[in-house]
Design a protein around this ligand. Structure first.
Ligand code: NAD
Ligand code: LMR
Length: 325
């Protein structure tokens, strides 16, 4: 009995993500919101014979009806990168989009679990937190930056160099979601794959810059959409299971104040005073229940954490000052 809204539902990610959510038998209502193309896309998906109902919402005036009563809100609204751009280059457009959508969440479904996909995630999540705080409805347990695509890529890219590795094995990825803020913890699978130092460096770099591969291959037509829809759905389906009483474990970009004791492990690694960081979490029906430590981390990975701190600090500061300026 879970109701899910997708904001940006007619986009490259929004369409396949909505399709996957429509297939989930635990979803009763799927609300699809966008500023364009939404009625057609929603009508199309609504014919699929699962029990959930699908409704289309287009334009600002429909946000209230779209969001009221929602358990989960997923936000892939915003512009994607073109070759030569960084995710931070999207801030100018996407910061305002996320701010306005989160204002509507604050007004209409402040208890929903909110998943932010829109880039730059390292900044859009702090923006969302600031807006929720301003409205007096912030609960850090319920706000997630979706970094699952990094985790999906990590397993797949290891499989590319070790064909015996099962690509469904999860590899934790911590830090943030851009370039060298992405910190894959390959030491978790070292006993299975025995990667050389050079292989670790090469595959780590590929995971960190995997998004660029897709941006370049699409050559101006956007960034990852189908793999992101898969990753986003994997995360949303974990939340749906958690709401239905089956706790989930997921790495995601969260407010570390959600569990100060659990966050201490990451602070000791070098995450120092950061407010947000992607960490391993346990998730229950009301959101994050605890921040979990990693089973192991190598000295190489600890150095990567240290390198991630400065860019994430700037990304968070940019988000916070955007809201408070
Ligand atoms: P897209 O352009 O194909 O789709 C975006 C959709 O958002 C469009 O349908 C557009 O109409 C809609 N939109 C724009 N303004 C809106 C608003 N105010 N309210 C509601 N909808 C609005 O882009 P895409 O490829 O789907 O990517 C969307 C975002 O996701 C980008 O910012 C991209 O960088 C990001 N992304 C994140 C990850 C991740 O791992 N977190 C992965 C891939 C892409
Ligand atoms: C990704 O990792 O594929 C996304 O963040 C999109 C991008 O801009 O690379």
């Amino acid at each position: 009995m879970v109701r899910v809204a997708v904001l940006g539902a007619a986009g490259g990610i929004g369409q396949p993500l909505s399709l996957l959510i429509k297939l989930n038998k635990d979803v009763t209502a799927l609300h699809m919101y966008d500023i364009v193309r939404c009625p057609g896309v929603a009508a199309d998906i609504s014919h699929i014979n699962t029990n959930s109902t699908v409704s289309a919402f287009q334009g600002n005036d429909s946000l209230k009806d779209c969001l009221t009563g929602m358990d989960i809100v997923v936000i892939p609204a915003g512009v994607p990168r073109k070759p030569g751009m960084t995710r931070d280059d999207l801030f100018g457009v996407n910061a305002g989009i996320v701010r306005d959508l989160i204002q509507a969440v604050s007004d209409n479904c402040p208890k929903a679990l909110v998943c932010i996909i829109s880039n730059p995630v390292n900044s859009t999540v702090p923006i969302a937190a600031e807006i929720l705080k301003k409205n007096g409805v912030y609960d850090p347990k319920r706000l997630f930056g979706v970094s699952t695509l990094d985790i999906v890529r990590a397993s797949r890219f290891v499989r590319d160099i070790r064909p015996s590795f099962d690509a469904s094995t999860q590899i934790p990825v911590i830090g943030g979601h851009s370039g060298n803020t992405i910190v894959p913890i390959l030491s978790h699978i070292q006993n299975l794959v025995n990667l050389s130092e050079d292989e670790i460096k090469t595959v780590t770099h590929r995971i960190q810059f995997g998004g660029d591969e897709v941006v370049q291959a699409k050559n101006g037509e956007g960034s990852a959409t189908l793999s992101m829809a898969y990753a986003g759905y994997r995360f949303v389906s974990s939340l749906i299971s958690a709401i239905n009483g089956q706790p989930a474990t997921e790495c995601c970009y969260v407010d570390l104040s959600v569990d100060p004791a659990g966050a201490e492990y990451y602070r000791q690694l070098g995450a120092s005073d950061l407010a947000f960081f992607s960490v391993n979490t346990s998730i229950g029906p009301d959101g994050i229940t605890s921040i979990l430590p990693l089973a192991s981390i190598s000295s190489f990975e600890k150095e990567l954490v240290k390198a991630a701190v400065s860019p994430i600090t700037s990304n968070i500061a940019a988000g916070v000052s955007f809201v408070n300026k």
